[in-house]
Design a binder for this molecule. Structure first.
Ligand SMILES: C[S@@+](CC[C@H](N)C(=O)[O-])C[C@H]1O[C@@H](n2cnc3c(N)ncnc32)[C@H](O)[C@@H]1O
Length: 724
């Protein structure tokens, strides 16, 4: 049996920038494609229900994440990918390419399934054709301004996914290349119109998925298509009568299932609950009589947690980000892998040459989207994509599409000095280096010494000659070094945007983890800002990014930075897609400019959940008294954290200083700080440093550390910061 490449997509949804195909014809075809294969049907009997839920065999419907792909072909070794990508407790991004491999398929052999998608993607691959004009365009490093331009403003050299209309006529215009089996986008979850029409029905959920379910394999539940195209079922009344809300009846605690409740029952109720929760009028949404909508919402959280295997805390946290139907789409999208994408290294090759070389090796790929001139999406490859001669020669980086975004936003210019504060394993560092065309300098820092090894290896492999690897806790910047033209802080985070890569996030995060991470991120963002030179002739920008979708780690951090550093402002990221950041959340109102930040979601953009904010650093003005007080308060509400040798949070010393009892602790902490940083020993009874003094210290740190390294310190890939 032929094996499919690991990067085989469960849903061939195109990445943003490719042309979506929304035709009804295509939609119908796609429904056909999703009919379960014999293998998938067999697999149903193997599915294990979560604890407390009785799985039924036979006609039992598989959970969505098992229906969309063939378990034996795709799931078998996700663990090595997970391990390679996420070595620490924090989310450490997706670029650990050393160990990432796309599995081989046997050339010419088809995977076990006979579904249409397979045939399309394993079909013969055409040769690339290029126009003469492309040569200049593809030199991203030489024309990197284009990177941030809106669609159509740069000359794009490779083809986009064929639309339904031109499917049989894969034409190439001057710059394009032509590959069979282009993206099939019917499953785009933001495909609004007809899918959303169903929202008001008690069975409404996330569109196509729901339609595919009805009539998929349960004869007695088959829907019939009415004249108006709506699916009609005879289930509604029956189910409305029989549904209960056990989690609510149980006081919202635990997962109580009635005897014989199956995973299928949970799924049905979950989808029905989405309809109830989305219902504009409670009466027409027909919930369980006597129960409020919030009761239904509680049950929905529990059912999602059960069905997808999360702890209810995290489900609750993530559900706050979306309306119920979109939340379900988000959780479903976490069950399938994101596209495997690579970035052509313009220091070594051009994208078209790389694409041609990989196509010659039998790979099936296409451009990532109009928004990038260096990205390629790899659908299949008969050779491991992480071990081709081109890979080993540094012609490309295996890099998630989302990971391009912060660098595009940073838009480094040749000759600049750039700091990448948390950079291992170097996906973004090497991209920055390429955009600088090996000029200027990139300080690539990471607090985790072990990870700097893969960083260094990638820097060498990719031919980056303008990179200095260093190993500090980034909170030591700008004391280590400052005055950078641009700073990237791709912060350590919870990884709630990359659950499809690391399912452990579903169960291993607590509220405390989010608090601690947010605090570390707040500390780091101030250091990033203070390391940037407001007088830079070409730059003066800081980009903050995470692969998390929680507001605590994103908008709250950005808003904190704006309050704490009044001389910085948010600016447009230059990214042409993504949704605006939250302006308010759970009763907290952020600075209005926070809407300039961008969020990216797996269910909307078919890429990892991601967040990007871009700051312009201006000259410091003397802060008003009110700003000082606010800044002090913002600082004091934070705990003190330490990192261990591997860069993990190991200790919190104090959390809140908000009453008289804590004042002594504040003074003590300030005394220690002065002793540690300035060698000044204060009488325990003396007054703590005033706010203005503290401000002065901050400024000192920034200006004194401009450009020059402290005496006696050497930046290497192995030095730890010298502890006082
Ligand atoms: C999201 S990953 C960075 C991925 C990287 N930017 C890339 O594109 O390949 C976060 C990194 O932050 C590092 N880290 C965690 N705490 C840090 C700290 N206090 N200072 C510097 N780096 C830190 C982790 O070791 C990890 O490598």
């Amino acid at each position: 049996m032929g094996r499919r490449a690991k990067n085989k997509q469960a849903d061939p949804t195109p990445l943003p920038g490719t042309v979506p195909d929304r035709s009804a014809n295509s939609r119908r075809q796609n429904k056909k494609k999703r009919a379960p294969s014999a293998a998938a049907k067999d697999e149903k009997s193997k599915f294990k229900a979560p604890k407390g839920v009785a799985a039924k065999s036979g006609k039992e419907r598989l959970p969505a994440h098992r229906r969309g792909k063939k378990v034996d072909e795709v799931d078998e070794d996700d663990s090595d990918l997970d391990e390679a990508l996420r070595p620490g407790d924090f989310s450490e991004d997706e670029d650990e390419e050393e160990t990432v491999k796309v599995k081989s398929i046997k050339k010419g052999k088809k995977a076990a399934s006979s579904d249409d998608e397979d045939i399309e993607r394993t079909g013969p691959v055409k040769q690339l054709e290029f126009s003469d004009s492309e040569d200049e365009d593809d030199q991203e490093g030489l024309n990197d301004d284009d990177e941030a331009l809106p669609v159509g403003q740069h000359a794009f050299d490779l083809d986009e996914a064929p639309s339904d209309e031109d499917e049989s006529d894969l034409e190439m215009d001057g710059d394009d290349f032509d590959i069979e089996g282009g993206s099939d986008d019917d499953d785009m979850l933001d495909d609004d119109d007809e899918d959303r029409d169903e929202e008001d029905s008690a069975f409404a959920s996330s569109g196509d998925e729901d339609e595919a379910m009805v009539g998929e394999d349960d004869d007695d539940e088959k829907g019939i298509e009415g004249e108006d195209g709506d699916i009609q079922t005879n289930l509604e009344d029956e189910l409305e009568e029989t549904y209960t809300l056990p989690a609510v009846d149980n006081g919202g605690e635990g997962e109580e299932f009635e005897h014989g409740t199956s995973l299928r029952d949970v799924e049905q109720r979950m989808r029905w609950l989405v309809g109830v929760c989305m219902g504009k009028d409670e009466k027409t949404s027909k919930g369980v009589p006597g129960k409020s909508r919030s009761d239904h919402f509680v049950q929905l959280q529990h059912d999602i947690a059960t069905y997808f295997g999360y702890n209810t805390f995290l489900v609750g946290k993530l559900m706050k980000l979306f309306p119920a139907d979109e939340a379900l789409a988000f959780f479903e999208s976490n069950e399938s892998p994101r596209p495997v994408t690579i970035r052509a290294n313009t220091l070594r090759t051009r994208r078209r040459d790389l694409a041609q070389a990989l196509i010659n090796r039998g790979a099936n790929l296409e451009p990532i989207g109009k928004w990038s001139k260096v990205g390629l999406q790899v659908f299949e490859s008969p050779v491991p994509i992480g071990a081709t001669p081109e890979y080993l020669a540094g012609h490309y980086m295996l890099q998630a599409a989302s990971s391009f975004l912060p660098v595009i936003a940073l838009a480094p210019q040749p000759e600049e000095r750039v700091l990448d504060m948390a950079s291992a394993p170097g996906g973004k560092t090497t991209y920055i280096s390429a955009l600088l065309q090996n000029t200027g300098i990139v300080f690539a820092n990471d607090s985790n010494k072990a990870r700097t090894k893969s960083l260094t290896a990638n820097v060498h492999r990719m031919g980056c000659k303008n990179v200095v690897v260093c190993n500090y806790d980034a909170r030591e910047f700008p004391k280590v070094m400052g005055g950078f033209d641009r700073v990237l802080l791709d912060a350590p985070c919870s990884g709630t945007g990359v659950i499809s890569k690391d399912a452990s996030v579903k169960v291993n995060k607590t509220e405390r983890d989010f608090q601690l991470l947010a605090h570390l991120q707040k500390q780091l963002i101030l250091c990033a800002i203070d390391s940037c030179n407001p007088n830079s002739a070409t730059g003066g920008y800081v980009v903050y990014s995470t692969c998390s979708v929680t507001v605590d780690e994103n908008e709250s951090v950005v808003d904190y930075a704006l309050r704490k550093r009044p001389h910085v402002k948010l600016v447009e990221t230059g990214l042409e897609f993504g949704v605006p950041g939250f302006k308010s959340f759970e009763g907290k109102t952020f600075h209005p400019s926070v809407s300039l930040t961008r969020r990216f979601y797996p269910h909307k953009h078919n890429m990892d959940g991601f967040f990007v904010a871009k700051f312009k650093i201006e000259k410091r003005k003397k802060p008003s008294k009110a700003a000082e007080v606010e800044a002090e308060a913002a600082e004091e509400e934070q705990p003190q954290l330490k990192l261990d040798e591997s860069g993990m949070i190991v200790e919190e010393e104090k959390t809140k200083f908000d009453d008289a009892e804590d004042r002594e602790l504040i003074q003590e902490s300030k005394r220690k700080h002065l002793l540690k940083t300035k060698g000044i020993k204060l009488n325990p009874k003396s007054k703590p440093a005033a706010a203005s003094t503290k401000k002065g210290e901050d400024e000192d740190a920034t200006t004194k550390a401009q450009i020059k390294m402290p005496k006696g310190k050497k930046v290497t890939d192995s030095r730890r910061p010298k502890k006082a």
